[in-house]
Design a protein around this ligand. Structure first.
Ligand SMILES: Nc1ncnc2c1ncn2[C@@H]1O[C@H](COP(=O)(O)OP(=O)(O)OP(=O)(O)O)[C@@H](O)[C@H]1O
Length: 579
């Protein structure tokens, strides 16, 4: 409601005042709000801090201008520019996505400089440093007007389009995937998300929208030249509006722009004549204050003020729901086979000829001293590491054995894994975290939400549904990790120290929970140091020491094995005595 009012005001206020300068300010607000919102799809949702977004704005401006010079309307030029910008965005972002944080930002600045130099160099086409001017034909066809009102209407329309795209994206599965990728790339990959593809899509959409606004703005200014179009200051301004308003939020960039653009323009208007540069000082002071007092942006600060952490009606108090007792299915044939897995890290032989089989409906415990290579085996069983030799075979739903290679392939074959150090999507709510897993089986948002709520109830997380994952206690975080994976409805579940660091009450619940999961027919491999859990859950145990399987069998037999006592259990009891 408030948003409608604000948006309407952007159109009505300049019309009511009718002053050309006021029109100019509001056109600038709409343009920057659109640009900052488009930037936020990459910088906020996907977490790639681009400081070179003026590249796409410039492509839109130049393509539009060149086509107008050839007698083609900017309404077509706008889409041509968007298409070219999207292609350029994919081409230059693909190699840069390996870079994170400041390195990605630096690379984006480098590309901006390359485009500025190219525009100067190909002066025959772009007019070089002299710039390009539109042929002064007015009318809707050329997007050039004597009055300011039509330009405001177009800028407003472009801003609304961009906001609608950003809003739709964030609420769509794609938006969840983008934010999950930003928060924890490995957890996102284990949920079957093609993280590189997601980022490329984001950058393409963002670049296309930015270029469309670029075409419009070139027509509005009627003149462009390389240093003002491919400008670092301009790029930083776009990012700054989004950062101050609330990076990653849907409407933060709009709010940031509405507050900062009038301030810049008015300060320039009022103070520019009095004292040269003073407007920059005023603007800078406001930025510093905003960063000091609202480091996560205005929208986050407002969100914290109004957020009510309401308890969902009928929510359980944190204990996993006890399921009606289901008869445990009989253990079946092989479902996963590790064959002669060998892995080196430099000179370190981390796993040596590791082979074992997991059978359907079985719980296979994996124990061994710290640094034995257990997690490395898990990483090979889930596609995060490629073995130097050997292979992993996973049975698909039709009973055929396949040899998947990437985490996405493993996820598609219904293998889910947790991580030794929990990997929640910290800035997402508990519900959203579980939805990321649920999308695997339920592509529609409403279905995924329903499945996530059911899973939260089963895991005793209902009380926390609307809480951000970053604030959860350890026990709940461990349950959330399992909930996200279970929402994928896996047939094979890999648990990496799911019970480390939890208290006794939580431990009993966790053991019960894993029994329930097992009784639904899921085959489980669990790395665990908590012997109580290993002894009460495992049907079989394998012991890994120095990268080799040194024992395998029923839990009671394995713990009496001399080699196991020597390598693992004995050492632990000596440690316990010493403590
Ligand atoms: N990416 C890597 N690069 C180099 N060495 C690694 C890498 N990952 C693991 N290692 C080393 O490989 C060995 C096995 O590590 P791994 O994490 O598989 O052991 P673990 O049995 O899971 O231990 P823990 O019980 O402590 O988790 C260790 O010596 C570790 O330092």
């Amino acid at each position: 409601m408030l948003l409608m009012f604000v948006l309407l005001a952007l159109l009505v206020i300049p019309m009511a005042i009718g002053d050309a300068f006021v029109y100019h300010i509001f056109i600038t607000i709409c343009m920057f709000a659109g640009l900052a919102t488009a930037w936020n799809i990459v910088g906020g949702y996907a977490g790639q801090l681009s400081l070179g977004h003026a590249v796409f704005y410039g492509i839109g401006a130049y393509v539009g201008m060149l086509l107008v010079s050839a007698g083609i309307t900017p309404w077509i030029g706008m889409f041509a520019g968007a298409g070219i910008a999207a292609l350029v965005a994919v081409a230059i972002s693909y190699p840069c996505f390996r870079l994170h944080g400041p390195f990605f930002a630096l690379a984006s600045i480098a590309f901006l400089e390359v485009f500025r130099v190219l525009a100067l160099h190909f002066g025959d086409i772009t007019g070089g440093a002299t710039g390009m001017m539109v042929p002064l034909e007015t009318g809707w066809q050329w997007m050039i007007f004597r009055d300011r009102l039509p330009s405001l209407v177009i800028a407003f329309g472009l801003m609304l389009t961009t906001l609608a795209v950003a809003w739709g994206l964030r609420r769509h599965r794609f938006g969840f995937y983008l934010v999950a990728t930003r928060e924890r790339e490995s957890a996102a990959r284990s949920a079957g998300i093609g993280t590189v593809r997601m980022r490329l899509l984001a950058v393409a959409v963002s670049a296309a929208l930015t270029a469309m606004i670029g075409t419009f703005h070139a027509m509005y200014l009627t003149f462009i030249e390389p240093s003002s179009v491919f400008s670092l200051t301009f790029s930083i301004q776009i990012a700054m509006f989004a950062l101050i308003g609330g990076i990653g939020t849907i409407f933060g960039p709009l709010v940031g722009t509405i507050l900062l653009v009038p301030l810049t323009e008015l300060a320039r208007g009022w103070l520019g004549a009095e004292a040269l540069g003073l407007h920059g000082f005023v603007y800078g002071t406001v930025l510093v204050l905003a960063v000091l007092f609202m480091p996560d942006g205005i929208m986050s600060a407002l969100g914290k003020l109004v957020r009510k952490r309401a308890t969902a009606p009928g929510a359980s108090e944190g204990a996993p729901r006890t399921a009606e007792s289901v008869e445990r299915p009989a253990i079946g044939g092989a479902v996963l086979k590790a064959e002669n897995l060998d892995k080196h890290f430099g000179g370190l032989h981390v796993t040596n000829n590791v082979s074992f089989t997991l059978r359907e409906g079985e719980v296979l415990g994996v124990i061994g001293p710290n640094g034995a290579g257990k997690t490395t085996v898990f990483n090979m069983l889930s596609g995060f590491l490629k073995p130097d030799s050997g292979r992993v075979l996973l049975r698909d739903a039709d009973g055929e054995f396949r040899s998947p290679t990437s985490p996405g392939d493993f996820a598609r074959l219904q293998l889910g894994r947790t991580f030794q150090i929990v990997q929640p999507f910290a800035a997402m709510t508990v519900e959203e975290n579980i939805m990321v897993g649920a999308f695997h089986r339920h592509p529609r948002v409403a279905d995924a939400r329903r499945a996530a709520r059911e899973m939260a109830e089963r895991m005793g997380l209902s009380r926390h549904l609307d809480d951000e994952a970053r604030g959860l206690p350890v026990g709940a975080l461990k349950r959330l990790e399992i909930a996200r994976v279970m929402a994928m409805e896996p047939r094979v579940l890999l648990l990496d120290e799911a019970m480390a660091g939890i208290n006794r009450a939580d431990l009993r619940q966790a053991i019960e929970l894993i029994r329930e999961i097992r009784d639904t027919g899921v085959s489980i491999i669990a790395i665990e140091h908590v012997m109580q859990a290993i002894m009460s859950l495992s049907d079989r145990v394998i012991v890994i020491n120095s990268g080799e399987v040194i024992a395998e069998g029923e839990p009671d037999a394995v713990v009496r094995d001399e080699a196991v006592i020597e390598a693992y259990l004995g050492k632990e009891s000596v440690d316990a005595e010493a403590a």
